[in-house]
Design a protein around this ligand. Structure first.
Ligand SMILES: [Zn+2]
Length: 146
């Protein structure tokens, strides 16, 4: 369930400690976008801007974020797309799809950065993500081969 159907963008230098619901905070300085989960659960959702994470489009009026925001690590597990400030609910993903997306993300980062020299923040971030229960390596292999 999406409570906040619109996110008003706010360009800031530092992301504030307290996030106002319904606001998408954008820090170009730190390449970071944060908002309070659009489902209304109050959890902070952080979407770093990097070549392998999220991309931001600002058309002078509204902000679009790609790809979708999937909060698998939150209790609400909400999944939505932010298009020109509108929050569009996306379908829930199965465990299998979540694992496949994590594998895709790892493979994409490994390709872009090379596995040996991940930037510290990204290496930490990857450690913070719990490993999928079974078979991600198999799926990664299949993904790489197929
Ligand atoms: Zn939520």
């Amino acid at each position: 369930m999406i409570v906040h159907n619109m996110l008003e963008h706010r360009f800031v230098r530092n992301i504030p400690e307290e996030l106002e619901p319904g606001v998408l905070y954008v820090s170009m300085e730190y390449g970071m976008v944060s908002h309070s989960c659009a489902c209304g659960c109050g959890e902070e959702v952080t979407t770093p801007l990097t070549p392998t994470d999220w991309h931001l489009v600002y058309d002078g009026e509204a902000v679009t974020l790609n790809p979708s925001v999937g909060n698998w690590n939150l209790a609400c597990r909400s999944h939505y797309v932010i298009r020109r400030g509108h929050v569009i609910e996306a379908g829930p993903w199965s465990e299998r799809e979540v694992a496949a997306e994590r594998a895709r993300d790892r493979a994409s980062k490994a390709r872009y950065y090379g596995t040996a020299d991940l930037p510290v923040e990204i290496a930490e971030q990857q450690e913070a993500v719990p490993a999928p229960a079974v078979g991600w390596f198999e799926r990664l292999k299949r993904w790489l081969v197929g």
